[in-house]
Design a protein around this ligand. Structure first.
Ligand code: ADP
Ligand code: MG
Length: 238
């Protein structure tokens, strides 16, 4: 089965279990938003899918391949972080190109790909600048450029817009949705922002304390919350 599948996924730090056997299937080209209070295990779950965190139990399958033992760079995923994770000493072009360089992509191909990605993200005029000389929105675009440059099938977003002001958040939200569609990607997006979840998601996954409380379309969850926790989180009518 393609897409992303979590089967009884567990995460333990020492004796402490923080993700307690999560089951989830994200269909190809679906946009799934993971919500829940701080500390409930959203980032840990995303990082296990990306390969940045060891999986303590269960399996993660990406496009039909169990990836538990596959290195991050060999998984068909890219992750966009809240703090951008840009290299301060590299200009925009080199930041975008980074993921291609470490895979020894030919120079000419790197140049044309960087040009294309910069065009998609409106960064063509900023390729020579360093991150310090960009606005928050531009930095977030570079971070997205770094993610899309390898043309991965799966995008993982960890609260990518939290550092932006409200106006820019609304704008970038629309851009992320547009990119997702344009690239035919499968996206898993973590946020604690209810509006972001409601507007971006095909389906919302509500997590609490390392478990999934409910999965459904924004309308399903809003109208038929499984419990008071989900209702409170989504602000459903009592
Ligand atoms: P969220 O992203 O939903 O805010 P996290 O996935 O970051 O939550 O964290 C889930 C739980 O795991 C929290 O209780 C957190 O303290 C714990 N945790 C995260 N990283 C580590 C770590 N490296 N060592 C020990 N505990 C951790
Ligand atoms: Mg987090």
């Amino acid at each position: 089965m393609s897409g992303v599948t979590l089967d009884r996924v567990v995460k333990e730090y020492g004796n402490l279990q923080v993700v307690h056997g999560v089951d989830l299937h994200v269909a190809p080209q679906e946009f799934v938003v993971l919500v829940g209070p701080s500390g409930c295990g959203k980032s840990t779950t995303l990082r296990m899918i990306a390969g940045l965190e060891e999986i303590s139990g269960g399996t993660v399958t990406i496009d039909g391949r169990v990836v538990n033992r596959v290195a991050p760079k060999d998984r068909d995923v890219a992750m966009v972080f809240q703090n951008y994770a840009l290299y301060p000493h590299l200009n925009v072009a080199d930041n975008i190109a980074f993921g291609l360089r470490i895979r020894r992509t030919p120079k000419a191909q790197i140049a044309s790909t960087v040009e294309e990605v910069a065009g998609i993200l409106g960064l063509t005029d900023y390729l020579e600048r360093r991150p310090a000389d960009l606005s928050g929105g531009q930095r977030q675009r570079v971070a997205m450029g770094r993610a899309i440059v390898r043309n991965p099938k799966v995008f993982l977003f960890d609260e990518p817009l939290s550092n932006l002001d409200a106006k820019l958040r609304t704008q970038m939200r629309a851009e992320i949705k547009r990119l997702h569609k344009r690239l035919g990607a499968t996206s898993i997006y973590v946020t604690h922002d209810q509006v972001e979840a409601m507007t971006l998601a095909d389906r919302i996954v509500v997590m609490s304390d390392g478990r999934i409380e409910q999965v459904g379309t924004p309308m399903d969850l809003f109208l038929n919350p499984a419990n008071t926790f989900v209702a409170a989180f989504l602000g459903s009518p009592p």
